[in-house]
Design a binder for this molecule. Structure first.
Ligand code: YH5
Length: 278
């Protein structure tokens, strides 16, 4: 790894783990008024995450939780584009969480610096939509599709299979002209994995550093935290921070989290002890 990530208008130092704050542009609205209200809410939330120390924002207009229904492309565009336009000069790079090529293109046009694709740019047209831009690409592993992915996934060797997939996707992107310094890999916690698979991947995160690409880790509030602590989604902060630090200790470069302020604090202490970024 070069120690930097080429991320649209930004070049991010990876000497310390970066915090990516999650900005959901929430679903379901029937009038233009509600749509504006939701965009305004997302923009206000994003501002708060920046004040709390987020290094990157990840804006998502599609629900990708297990069992979720697909969002039509025009609806996803209506949710995401106004938020990116409003935030484009907010001072931190903007990532957009989407697997739709049309949303990727519109997001880049509106000012996005990174595209985060839970389908690993495997949808026809997705890789082509980003290849010629300057944006960073987060390539995530998923087994199956969101609607069915939690139906008893089976792996012979989860670390090897996820690692092989990520390496193959990175190779395919490079063949389309994507510079290696733009690529981030993500094992995709909770996406077609059992709780045991998720913890095996977290424990062996270092082995996923295929080609020395930086790793992004998304464990915040997920069921793998609840399964161990017995807590509901709104009480998973302590568990989420512990998992994030375990990832940082195993070389994760970007931590995708809901709770930015607390994660930033935890990372400051971890970095102080480890002498990271000093
Ligand atoms: C990810 O890991 N995850 S959306 C279920 C939850 C909590 C949170 C309460 N997009 C990732 O955050 N992109 C999502 O249970 C992602 N990596 C990348 N790159 C799912 C999510 C969540 C799901």
């Amino acid at each position: 790894m070069s120690g930097h990530l080429e991320c649209g208008r930004y070049c991010l130092s990876l000497r310390r783990p970066l915090v990516m704050g999650i900005v959901n542009v929430t679903p379901d609205s029937f009038s233009d008024g509600a749509q504006h209200f939701r965009a305004d809410e997302a923009i206000a939330h994003a501002q708060r995450l920046i004040d709390e120390g987020a290094d990157i924002l990840d804006v998502g207009g599609e629900s990708t939780r297990p069992g979720a229904q697909a969002v039509p492309v025009d609806e996803e565009l209506r949710r995401v584009v106004p938020v990116i336009q409003a935030l484009r000069d907010c001072g931190v790079p903007l990532s957009v969480d989407t697997c739709k090529p049309a949303v990727m293109s519109a997001a880049l046009e509106a000012g996005a610096d990174m595209i985060n694709d839970i389908m690993g740019f495997g949808t026809p047209g997705a890789a082509e939509a980003v290849a010629g831009a300057a944006c960073a690409l987060c390539v995530m592993h998923m087994r199956g599709e969101p609607r069915t992915m939690q139906d008893a996934p089976v792996y012979a060797d989860v670390v090897r299979e996820v690692g092989d997939y990520l390496a193959a996707r990175a190779r395919a992107l490079r063949e389309l002209g994507v510079a290696p310094g733009r690529i981030v890999l993500d094992p995709g916690f909770g996406f077609g994995k059992t709780i045991a698979h998720n913890y095996t991947l977290l424990a062996h995160l270092r082995e996923l550093r295929a080609g020395d690409y930086p790793l992004l880790l998304g464990v915040s509030r997920k069921s793998m935290i609840g399964a161990v602590t017995g807590r509901s989604a709104d009480r998973r902060l302590g568990g989420s921070i512990a998992a994030a630090l375990a990832g940082a200790a195993r070389g994760a470069s970007i931590l995708r989290v809901h709770d930015v302020a607390d994660t930033v604090d935890a990372l400051k202490i971890w970095a102080k002890v480890e002498g990271v970024g000093a």
